[in-house]
Design a protein around this ligand. Structure first.
Ligand SMILES: Cc1ncc(COP(=O)(O)O)c(C=O)c1O
Ligand SMILES: N[C@@H](CCOP(=O)(O)O)C(=O)O
Length: 468
């Protein structure tokens, strides 16, 4: 499988190179040259397969001949051995219409582990014996950072620099990052928002001399491999609810548009998805874009679902690429206009095309809290605020198809917000016991490119350094 940039002018790469590259050199995002399609029979054959086997079948067309099937299977087997639930991502029925897909049984208690545990394995595999090393730079509103640090701490040849917005992640999220004192992990609290942190990461990739000096790689969903690994659970859930005979709908708490874009890819691959609901909190740029064509950036508002406090949703560019008929030059011009003005009007024709699959909803804090209490009172489930936003949106858009809300984080990660909403303070699971007894280490830096680059340059290994 070949990968092309959404902006049309970066080199075409294979799966191994695209995994190690992160952002494309023309500022775009890599996508497969074509969407592979699974036949109805191939989808039907997924019924009854465990998670690892489902992942092998779904990922194989994207991996191509870069890894053999047996090697892919053993790599994914190692990745998902760290999950605490036998089903890896169990489906829980709430009532006659609604299900939760619990994606938080990995080591850091959020859906990011599903992709990140495997991405760590892929990095190790592609670096092993190559003499290469990587400087991984990432931006996090809390969950990507903890998952990446768990997956990459101590990995030979990898140095991790993780930027989080100071004071805008939960205490559990922060400690899951800052108490990892392994020498290859560097946490940076940025005086700004997640968007500032994400812009700094992109600026470092786009700074040709910095990118030549340090072999940069990404763990955010700008990295294609992250998204590929998230497509799997749409298939896994849908076949359990009757696909391909029966269509299924999904509601996805959304920030960077990565998770819901993975659902879009599943649909392009032939999975019968009746509807994909894009659920936002008060940071509603995606809801405005899909419902009114208004993709204009406002101030990031801090909310009780902090992992979704995002305005510039990186992966929206991947959808726009398809909506522009995969014309990279046209999209590059659109994105340049957006980057200059911080606003874009999504034309009605494109919005119409998107609305064949996507619906959207903006869920405010009261509606989030009400839904969280509904799940507790009526269904006996304590859910986290991000999942509650997904579920509230699901209730607005439920139709004939079973509606699956992605449960993206364990409630204990956001125990203050859960307690405020329903009066119950969820206990921390045993696997994160001792989190509050450990020493923390992180640097605080202004949201300035020079300051962050200087910090990284002092600690990262330059491209021409010989591997140890
Ligand atoms: C708990 C949680 N829910 C939802 C999201 C939104 O996912 P995405 O950014 O892929 O849209 C995030 C962060 O990305 C998250 O950490
Ligand atoms: N919510 C995320 C933000 C980054 O998203 P990503 O999927 O692009 O890595 C987080 O928790 O860090």
């Amino acid at each position: 499988m070949d990968y092309v940039s959404t902006r049309g002018s970066a080199p075409v790469l294979d799966f191994a190179s695209v995994t190690l590259a992160g952002l494309a050199s023309d500022g775009g995002l890599y996508v497969p040259r074509d969407w592979p399609v699974l036949s109805r029979d191939e989808i039907a054959d997924l019924a009854g397969l465990d998670y690892v086997e489902t992942a092998v079948r779904v990922c194989a067309p994207f991996v191509g001949d870069v890894l053999g099937e047996a090697e892919l299977r053993s790599l994914l087997g190692r990745a998902y051995a760290s999950f605490s639930h036998a089903a890896t991502v169990p489906l829980v029925q709430l009532d006659g219409q609604h299900w939760l897909l619990e994606l938080f049984h990995g080591p850091t208690l959020a859906f990011k582990d599903v992709a990140m545990q495997a991405l760590g394995q892929l990095f190790e595999r592609f670096l092993s014996g190559s003499g290469r090393h990587l400087t991984v730079i990432g931006a996090t509103s809390g969950d990507t950072g903890s998952a990446a640090i768990n997956a990459l701490a101590g990995v030979e040849g990898v140095e991790v620099f993780m930027l989080h917005p100071k004071g805008r992640v939960s205490d559990v999220q922060r400690r899951q990052m800052t108490t990892v004192l392994t020498p290859n992990v560097h946490n940076i609290a940025i005086e700004g928002s997640f968007d500032d942190a994400q812009a700094l990461v992109k600026a470092m990739f786009n700074d040709a001399s910095f990118a030549r000096r340090f072999p940069l790689s990404a763990v955010n969903s700008i990295n294609w491999a992250r998204l590929m690994l998230q497509i799997v659970y749409y298939f896994y859930a849908a076949v359990r609810l009757g696909a391909p005979e029966r269509a299924v709908a999904f509601s996805v708490p959304t920030g960077n548009f990565g998770d819901v874009f993975a659902g879009y890819v599943a649909s392009r691959m032939g999975l019968p998805i009746e509807r994909l609901v894009v659920a936002t909190n008060e940071n509603d740029i995606l809801h405005r874009a899909l419902s009114a064509g208004d993709y204009s950036v406002g101030q990031v508002a801090p909310t009780s679902s902090p992992s979704m406090d995002i305005q510039v949703s990186s992966n929206f560019e991947r959808l726009l690429f398809d909506l522009h008929g995969r014309d990279g030059a046209a999209l590059a011009a659109t994105m340049q206009g957006f980057e200059a003005t911080r606003a874009m009007a999504v034309p009605d024709a494109m919005r119409g095309e998107a609305s064949a699959l996507f619906a959207s909803a903006r869920v405010d804090v009261d509606s989030m809290a009400q839904t969280l209490r509904w799940a507790q009172d009526k269904c006996g489930q304590i859910i986290d605020p991000h999942t509650a936003i997904g579920l509230a949106a699901a209730k607005r858009h439920v139709g004939a198809a079973p509606m699956v809300t992605l449960a993206t984080a364990h409630p204990a990660k956001f125990r203050d917000a859960v307690e405020r909403a329903c009066g119950i303070r969820p206990a921390l699971p045993a696997r994160v016991a001792g989190l509050f007894d450990r020493e923390e280490r992180y640097a605080v830096l202004p949201a300035e490119l020079g300051a962050v680059q200087a910090f990284i340059a002092e600690r990262a290994r330059p491209a021409d350094a010989v591997a140890a």
